[in-house]
Design a protein around this ligand. Structure first.
Ligand code: ADP
Length: 163
């Protein structure tokens, strides 16, 4: 049987417990999951590409079938080049739907063989986004339980250095 490969693309600026939950679940469904940091999605990220990859590597190192990478350009082209059959996306709320729907249909038009697979957020992560995490951390709020401990540390280091 062919190896089932999925790409989970995103900005991951930074990875949250919501992302981590999606990776954990995707890793059960697919033989291999490539968590791919998209360079064009996030225009002015807080964390550099190297920092985001380092955090992903740290947080995801326990998963034997998860790889980390980055790419520039179309997600479907990246998926095709890496032999992936699917693109994973997470859905938190109805507000995510419109953008994700348009994106999935566009990707289907560009690459009909690649499926977008949506995983519904676990309810306890439904309010978590990288942007709210950054907002909370910037003003010294506690993000414990919303991001992995290494991300929590990096956020406080980052905002201290920016002050
Ligand atoms: P992008 O800029 O491509 O939206 P993100 O890093 O913000 O990148 O998100 C990547 C994917 O993870 C998206 O599909 C997003 O909906 C999903 N995601 C983000 N946060 C959560 C969460 N808390 N629960 C489930 N899915 C999530």
């Amino acid at each position: 049987m062919a190896v089932r490969i999925a790409v989970y693309p995103g900005s991951f600026d930074p990875i949250t417990n919501g992302h981590l939950d999606i990776v954990r679940r995707a890793a059960v469904l697919f033989d291999e999951v490539i968590v791919a940091v998209s360079l064009n999605a996030s225009k002015s990220p807080l964390f550099s590409l190297e920092e985001r990859l380092m955090l992903l590597d740290h947080v995801l190192s326990a998963f034997s079938n998860v790889r980390i990478d980055s790419y520039d350009g179309l997600t479907v082209r990246y998926a095709e080049t890496h032999g992936a059959q699917a693109i994973i996306r997470g859905l938190r709320a109805v507000s995510d739907f419109e953008f994700e729907f348009t994106m999935a249909l566009t990707n289907k038009k560009l690459a009909p063989a690649i499926e977008t697979v949506f995983l519904m957020t676990e309810v306890q992560y439904s309010f978590i986004s990288s942007s709210t995490i950054k907002e909370v951390a910037r003003y010294g709020g506690c993000v414990k339980g919303m991001v992995p401990p290494s991300v929590e540390d990096m956020l406080s280091i980052k905002y201290r250095s920016l002050k």
